[in-house]
Design a protein around this ligand. Structure first.
Ligand SMILES: N[C@H](CCC[C@H](N)C(=O)O)C(=O)O
Length: 282
């Protein structure tokens, strides 16, 4: 049996595993089992904590905890903004970092991410520098008749995003039960997370998201950073701006300053337990 925890950040939920010496065989099938909301524990992804020394592609501090993020379909993603907050919460709650720690550096496939536990209980993560592509892409939903299609901004937050700005408030009418289609396909050869955004107020928007490797989720932290970066690029050129992004699972805050981004939001651990899955031969 393997100990696990279950947590979420604005209802983007994860199964957490602590595997300091990289001993767990976490195959795609195992991830799909853990994320299965009927046959397994249930989650949008798995967060495995492993000492960074065991991660070949990591060249930083070997003693850091590394967040091995996996989407529910088993695929690997470079970064997870809601996940890294829940990951930090778990490290503190489980005493996996020195008592009294309020700021923890976490290794990820997108690089070092620093998470800070704020006095109000939320967690703020330095998310690096979102990169906007010059060229736009087209996103369409084949489900509707007539087919709906929009221009979208490509934003790299360590993982790929395409942001669709909806002037009106027909966000709720979108059918996200099937994957949106993007063109040109070569814009995102490894897939993409697609955010649909509508205005609420000044620097305040509402978002739905179809996540790569998952489907529609209640929230996507890197997606909210992509949204803020795309909208800031549309507006007047400010050195600093803060955005409130409402998602079906709650609200987060994104601050942009001189090209860097910070994501602030809740992170909850809701359960702990033991689980067994077949450890297929390597
Ligand atoms: N599905 C994403 C990873 C999870 C991102 C999201 N859950 C977040 O909070 O950033 C991808 O394949 O890039």
């Amino acid at each position: 049996m393997v100990s696990f925890a279950k947590g979420h950040g604005t209802k983007n939920d994860f199964v957490l595993l602590v595997d300091p010496d990289d001993e767990l065989l976490l195959t795609d099938a195992a991830v799909r089992f853990l994320c299965d909301r009927r046959g397994g524990i249930g989650g949008d992804g798995v967060l495995r904590a492993v000492r960074a020394r065991h991660v070949p592609e990591w060249s930083g501090d070997p003693d850091l905890w590394f967040m091995d993020y996996r989407n529910a379909d088993g695929s690997i993603a470079e970064m997870c903004g809601n996940g890294v907050r829940v990951f930090a919460r778990h490290l503190v709650a489980e005493g996996l970092v020195p008592a009294g720690t309020t700021t923890v550096g976490i290794g990820t496939r997108a690089g070092l991410r620093e998470a800070e536990v704020l006095p109000d209980g939320r967690i703020r993560v330095a998310m690096g520098r979102p990169r906007l592509a010059a060229a736009e892409v087209e996103v369409s939903l084949a489900a509707g008749v007539p087919e709906q299609r929009w221009r979208a901004r490509a934003v790299d937050v360590g993982n790929p995003h395409a942001v669709v700005w909806l002037e009106g408030d027909d966000l709720d009418g979108l059918d996200l039960t099937r994957p949106p289609v993007w063109t040109p396909r070569e814009a995102f050869p490894d897939g993409v997370n697609i955010e649909f955004v509508a205005p609420v107020g000044d620097h305040h928007v509402r978002m739905r998201v179809f996540e790569r490797g998952v489907g529609e989720t209640a929230s996507c932290g890197t997606g909210t950073v992509a949204v803020a970066a795309a909208l800031a690029d549309r507006g007047e050129n400010q050195s600093e701006s803060t955005w409130r992004v409402d998602v079906p699972g709650g609200s987060v805050e994104v601050t942009l300053r001189d090209g860097d981004a910070w994501l602030t939001g809740p992170a909850e651990i809701v359960a702990r337990g033991d689980v067994a899955w077949p450890q297929e031969e390597a």
